[in-house]
Ligand binder design. Structure first.
Ligand code: FDA
Length: 391
């Protein structure tokens, strides 16, 4: 057991904590980073299907969901995607744009995790893994962290323990419990970037599991164009994950299954008119989906036999398919946690709590939730950097 005094203690060795620690360490601060898991950066390692979608070329506050959508502006404008790209380039990490500005490693997510650990090394950050915090107390000028490895004191304490999604790899509600201890408001948490599930008896599309197509999906506040994937229990794929962050229980979603087909184009080509309806629809969407739609709508016969009215209503049904999810697949499947530390409690410039000088919250623990596409890591880097410059 060792005791120690530091300038800054950072709890949580994920994306935001590692980056914050390296930034503070480079300023000459004595930094201790505490991680309860056996290694740091576990979410980075599994991110982006193993290739880490580490940022997006275009990042603005419009890509984030928060009770205060403008809160993130200061941090994301002071540490930008170009800043992170420059850092990755200094480490010779090759990357590519997949789509919609999303930047992934050509190699593996490990490169990003290793880079951050190296940045911490260079900045003389002390990293303690397998270290759990029993208690945090505040004395007049410092914080005291009682841990399984000893008692540590610091002027600044940065909470970078993330959200509660995917507890299997170490997520905890530590940030929210600490907020309660210091009387800091928390916006209720909900799973985001998460598959949607449907009532088993009424859904009726389970046999389409594995079918995917590009759609436009919307509710009253957001709209996304991306791929949708049918699953055994409901819907997933990037389009669904995106809209899930805006979806609230009981709400309907609208799906346009024919995003590239105008009303005038629909079933109008000469060769299509001769086809059976389900085969004609298969020209626009996966065959298994057109079969099931025709079966459910009892559409039989050739396109030529469809009245103008029926054709119009079929078009309407396919471009304005209304669905009501039963719920989400929950925190164990959600990529992120929406809600969290109420941004009104924090300085947008430094992430320091207004009521508790020296206490900071960064990353996913804060009520700032990015879209799918590298925005969550960009928030982790930017908020970690903002706190790292002052803690
Ligand atoms: P993060 O969760 O990364 O780190 C928190 C750290 O704190 C963890 O190491 C945890 O073990 C530790 N900790 C928790 N409780 C503790 C305690 N009590 N004591 C000590 N340590 C504690 N985003 C993106 O932009 N691009 C992508 O490609 C992906 N891909 C992706 C895939 C999957 C499967 C998931 C689940 C998530 C993503 N994300 C993503 C989201 C992204 O991973 C996430 O937003 C960031 O990792 C958040 O960074 P934080 O540092 O805030 O938390």
């Amino acid at each position: 057991m060792a005791d120690g005094v530091y300038d800054a203690i950072i709890i949580g060795g994920g994306a935001a904590g590692l980056f914050c620690a390296a930034t503070a360490g480079r300023r000459g601060r004595r930094v201790l980073l505490i991680e309860h898991a056996e290694k740091v950066g576990k979410k980075i390692l599994i991110s982006g299907g193993g290739r880490c979608n580490f940022t997006n070329r275009e990042v603005s506050h419009k890509n984030y969901i928060s009770e205060n959508p403008r809160f993130c502006i200061s941090a994301i404008s002071r540490f930008t995607p170009s800043d992170f790209i420059s850092l990755a380039s200094r480490y010779h990490i090759a990357y590519h744009e997949k789509k919609l500005g999303q930047l992934f490693c050509n190699g593996s997510s490990k490169q990003i995790a290793n880079m951050l650990v190296r940045e911490c090394d260079v900045a003389n950050v002390e990293i303690k893994t397998n270290c759990s915090i029993a208690k945090i107390e505040r004395s007049e000028n410092s914080f005291i962290c009682e841990s399984s490895e000893g008692s540590y004191h610091s002027d600044s304490l940065v909470i970078a323990t993330g959200g509660i999604s995917v507890p299997a790899i170490g997520a905890t509600d530590f940030a929210y419990r600490l907020a309660k201890q210091f009387d800091i408001a928390v916006i209720p948490m909900r799973p985001a970037l998460v598959p949607l599930i449907f009532d088993r008896d009424s859904w009726g599309f389970s046999q389409l599991s594995g079918v995917s197509l590009e759609v436009i999906i919307s509710n009253d506040i957001a709209e996304f164009r991306d791929d949708l994937l049918f699953t055994h229990k409901g819907l997933s794929g990037p389009a669904i994950l995106q809209i899930s962050s805006y979806w609230r229980e009981g709400e309907m979603l609208r799906i346009n299954l024919l995003p590239d087909i105008s009303k005038d184009m629909f079933l109008s080509e000469k060769n299509i008119k001769k086809l059976e309806i389900k085969n004609a629809l298969a020209e626009y969407m996966p065959k298994r989906l057109s079969d099931i739609f025709c079966e459910r709508m009892e559409l039989r016969g050739n396109v030529s036999a469809l009245s103008a009215e029926s054709s119009k209503s079929l078009y309407e049904s396919l471009t304005n398919w209304q669905i009501k999810p039963q719920g989400t697949a929950g925190f164990h499947k959600a990529e992120v946690t929406a809600g969290g530390i109420d941004t009104r409690e924090l300085s947008s410039k430094t992430m320091e709590c207004n009521k508790q000088k020296g206490l900071y919250f960064v990353g996913e623990a804060v009520d700032v939730t990015g879209w799918l596409g590298g925005y969550n890591f960009q928030w982790a880097w930017a908020s970690g950097y903002a706190a790292g410059l002052v803690c």
